[in-house]
Design a protein. Structure first.
Ligand SMILES: Cc1cc2nc3c(=O)[nH]c(=O)nc-3n(C[C@H](O)[C@H](O)[C@H](O)COP(=O)(O)OP(=O)(O)OC[C@H]3O[C@@H](n4cnc5c(N)ncnc54)[C@H](O)[C@@H]3O)c2cc1C
Ligand SMILES: NC(=O)c1ccc[n+]([C@@H]2O[C@H](COP(=O)([O-])OP(=O)(O)OC[C@H]3O[C@@H](n4cnc5c(N)ncnc54)[C@H](O)[C@@H]3O)[C@@H](O)[C@H]2O)c1
Length: 504
């Protein structure tokens, strides 16, 4: 990910250089820093830059080129490929508008383009840029060899504070065994278009890549063990995406457990079905990359799933000199989460380095309940806050919900994109006053939903009442009109749209 707020420049005179001393027995050179960061993905880059910008010395340890999952194997290549796929998909569907296009997709060329964009993004994260920003990049795999030291190759780094930001890796179920397969780490290097791609997993990676490959001319079968796609989102969102993928020609097998995988690849499903393809893409989740980091030696505890256990300020629960951010610690694996956490952790550890840290000056706690996320299918699925079921679990049927179908939104009609919806979820108003109910969640399924969710995220974070949201003006004709209509419908029925009690 490029630096989200531009490149901070090193402030001359404020950055102290690390000093080297000699260990007495092994005569190993020990390099001392204020802060040592492990991992130069979004989390590590954000933390290291913030520390350097504050005039502290920082070593950033990374075995690969900086950038991490987002730049090399995640957001950047996938969103670039999806943009290409979207162009092809929309051109093919323009017939009813009087535009006939003969669309021929070249998947290897589309992947080559995605790889070029990665290189462009990397220009903001290269060792030269980092050096200018005051970050010492140390190339190699870091490992704690004690509570206060990290070894990288033959080097020993000591920090007054540490940040663990080593991310996560694709999790491959045991059933796949030794059968050759692709993951989000390898799929970008395909030299030829697969004849028939079998996608295992219907989370965001599976849905995005299934749609991209299908739109670029590949036959795709997607097998999802759960009953619906995108299980973290509102069920109706998964249903829209399922309908759209089927319409794109994807053979969807929902609620299907894979009980065997043979080379070929061939998937054996629990209902007796046998699905043969030419390539297998495994998208069944990710596991934190914390084994082999020597966290035991540092007294840093991890949970049963391997995530570093941190408090709500991202500080290790068991070693107060260590912070952990991003996929290696967070229950939400998103670039914006890694970046937010990096800044919060840097704020906390910088304060702890000052002579008299004041608790009042501590940066805010990291709040999971306000984090938006977007799945970049076409249409996009965007969510923030609570789902209807989560609101029901908290307040029962006193929580209320309004859904505006996109078929009632002029912008969606103009675009011929009426398949989605916008749902707003509100907590009960004080004394049952409907207008005073506060917005606690939003899901939007429409083109550009990822832009629209910023307004929902603001409403949730600011604990906005539905009445206040209803009094805003939405520009016409935007998909955002659905948000204002939904808010108004909590107060009084609005063009056939009504509020209803939340259901489990
Ligand atoms: C296909 C795909 C698409 C995605 N799309 C999106 C999206 O659209 N939007 C979004 O918000 N999120 C998306 N994500 C998730 C996002 O990429 C991650 O949440 C984010 O990159 C995590 O950042 P991180 O810094 O925690 O970890 P990473 O970026 O994984 O960085 C960890 C770094 O640590 C290094 N490392 C590992 N071990 C060591 C060690 N021992 N010593 C030193 N360094 C080490 C690794 O080499 C790596 O560079 C996507 C993920 C995938 C797989
Ligand atoms: N647009 C985005 O922001 C974006 C895009 C891609 C990934 N990501 C991040 O990366 C993380 C990992 O994504 P993911 O989609 O790999 O994982 P995921 O855990 O979100 O989804 C994996 C899916 O695979 C299914 N599954 C698990 N085992 C299976 C099996 N044996 N057979 C069939 N299905 C099986 C699960 O039911 C689940 O729905 C996400 O949680 C998300 O945070 C974000």
């Amino acid at each position: 990910m490029g630096h989200p707020y531009g490149c901070p420049t090193r402030r001359a005179g404020l950055v102290r250089h690390p000093y080297a001393s000699h260990g007495d027995r092994r005569r190993v050179t020990v390099e001392s820093y204020d802060v040592v960061v492990l991992g130069a993905g979004t989390g590590g880059l954000g933390a290291a830059r913030a520390v350097a910008a504050a005039g502290r010395t920082v070593a950033l340890v990374e075995p690969e080129r900086p950038g991490g999952d987002c730049t090399w194997t995640g957001c950047v290549p996938s969103k670039t490929l999806l943009e290409t796929a979207r162009a092809a998909r929309r051109a093919r569907r323009a017939g009813p508008r009087g535009v006939e296009a003969d669309v021929r997709a070249d998947l290897p060329a589309a992947l080559a383009h995605a790889r070029r964009v990665r290189e462009e993004v990397y220009e903001d994260e290269s060792p030269e840029v980092l050096a200018r920003q005051g970050v010492d990049l140390v190339t190699g795999r870091g490992r704690f060899t004690g509570p206060g030291q990290v070894e990288v190759g033959g080097r020993v780094l000591r920090g007054r504070r540490y940040v663990v930001a080593t991310g996560a890796r694709p999790r491959v179920p045991d059933v796949v065994g030794g059968v050759p397969h692709l993951t989000s780490e390898t799929v970008w290097d395909l030299a030829e278009a697969p004849g028939h791609l079998l996608v295992l997993g219907g989370g965001p990676v599976g849905c995005e890549l299934a749609q991209a490959f299908a739109a670029l001319g590949v036959r795709v079968t997607l097998v999802q063990s759960g009953p619906r796609l995108l299980p973290r989102d509102e069920p109706a969102a998964g249903e829209v995406v399922a309908a759209v993928l089927r319409d794109d020609g994807v053979d969807l097998r929902l609620g299907a457990r894979v009980v065997g995988v043979d080379p070929g690849p061939v998937l054996h499903l629990d209902d007796g079905a046998r699905v043969a393809g030419t390539h297998l893409l495994v998208c069944t989740g990710r596991s934190p990359e914390t084994a082999g980091l020597g966290l035991d030696a540092a007294g840093v505890a991890v949970g049963p799933d391997g995530r570093v256990l941190v408090d709500d300020r991202l500080r290790s629960r068991t070693n107060p000199h260590v912070w952990a951010v991003g996929d290696c610690a967070s229950p939400l694996a998103y670039t914006h989460v890694a970046d937010d956490q990096a800044r919060a952790a840097a704020g906390g550890l910088l304060l702890s380095l000052t002579r008299r840290p004041s608790r009042a000056a501590l940066p805010g706690r990291w709040r999971q309940d306000r984090v938006p996320w977007v799945t970049f299918t076409d249409p996009e699925v965007a969510h923030v806050g609570l789902t209807e079921a989560q609101a029901h679990a908290r307040w029962g049927a006193q929580a209320r919900v309004v859904t505006v179908p996109m078929s009632a939104v002029d912008r969606a009609r103009c675009a011929g994109r009426t398949e989605g919806f916008l749902t707003l979820v509100a907590a009960p108003g004080p004394l049952g006053v409907a207008a005073a109910a506060r917005v606690v969640g939003m899901t939007a399924v429409c083109p550009g939903a990822g832009e629209l969710v910023a307004a929902g995220a603001l409403a949730v974070a600011a604990r906005t009442t539905v009445a206040r949201l209803a009094l805003t003006t939405a520009a016409y004709p935007t998909y955002g009109v659905a948000l204002r209509v939904a808010a108004a419908a909590f107060v009084a029925p609005h063009g056939g749209v009504v509020a209803r009690p939340a259901a489990p």
